[in-house]
Design a protein around this ligand. Sequence first.
Ligand code: SAH
Length: 442
Amino acid sequence: MSPPGRPKGEYRSAQREGTPVSEGRPADPPPQARNPGAPVRASAPRVAGSAKAYVLTPGREKSLLHRHPWVFSGAIDKVRGDVQSGDTVDIIAADGRFLARAAASPASQIRARVWTFDAGETVDAKFIEERLRRSIARRANLFNSEHDAARLVHAESDGVPGVIVDRFGGTLSVQLLSAGAEAWRDAIVDALARITGVASIVERSDVEVRALEQLPERSGPLRGAAPADVRIVEHGVQYAIDVAAGQKTGFYLDQRDNRLRVRVLARDADVLDCFCYTGGFALNALTSGARSVLAVDSSADAIAQARRNAALNALPDRIEWVEADAFRHLRLLRDQNRQFDLVILDPPKLAPTVRHVERAARAYKDINLLALKMLRPGGWLATFSCSGGVGIELFQKIVAGAAVDARVDAQIGGRLGPSADHPVSLSFPEGDYLKGLLVQRM
Ligand code: SAH
């Protein structure tokens, strides 16, 4: 996965991962999975019970009884049948009880991802379509003249493990991250086309996490031609989205609410937006009358796109875009005695898993310390972590430690999380990846 093994300050290719999804196909593979050219049958004939099964070690049924959607390799005692990647398997407790029906991924530590806890439910193309339909229906009120972009499907948390779908106007950007998602690829794409009626669907399964499921990275148009000029509106601000090659699905929709929250703090402020990507926070700051905005990102493509986005909105020319390593650039700004009224720190995932937490904690502390030092009294820091391995408590401790070392008194003025189209299922706390603090210097 991304940054862990690299020396500090080299998070260059690191992309923020939306969800700790995946890796994760049904009793028989769906017909289209084995024969991609074959027409998709609306519902493959299949009995509810599956001959293929993973039987768990005694005591390992607990998490499934709590409706957690993952089965780890260590929990499995016996394998029944010839289980292939993506097959639907029954998950059976040691005492023979049915626990769940799941997609198997024999290569992954996450050996199965649950489709359903209902023994009577058949996993077929109709089932997949219904899950997607419900997920999309839950977002109905997120679209209006101020917004035409949202995450439609958020993987495990929406009951569709390994499937991420972002809608950008008339284009869908799809990530299939698990063996189960991969197996039902054609059914998923057909269903998305039917449900949304969009002209263009693009695949962005070019993510490292697929390797854990022994799936190759893949991207390109799935339906329609590759869209030439994808535009969205968010809080009235326009963005051009590079769906084909931008980071992740093309845009970080998870920060939508926070961009608005930060906008109101930017009036007459000198603003520093670190890890700015295509300008989300920076453009919002300008919209609300920031005195100056300095926006930093190490990706030349992101900065070029950010400039185009600024031009699209005809915003005042009070912004400086800098292509630089933010860890180094923060030091440079400190050495120049620069001061700000609002600093945004939205780094990529520094700790993909708990193994990387210690190193990530040092990196988070480093940038937060520098940012706090450069804040004027009364100034605000909006600081984020999208590391699954760093919980909110730890993150708050890190920021508190940074304030002590910076010799700055500060208070928490608010806690920030992802927008509502990035829900966290109550039975899947691993989905709670994005956390943020609004901190004000006293
Ligand atoms: N705030 C953005 C999303 C940030 S995602 C928004 O609202 O859209 C994290 C960003 O950090 C990416 O754009 C990535 O290019 C950038 N990045 C990764 N490592 C970096 C580094 N060392 N220095 C500066 N930017 C970096």
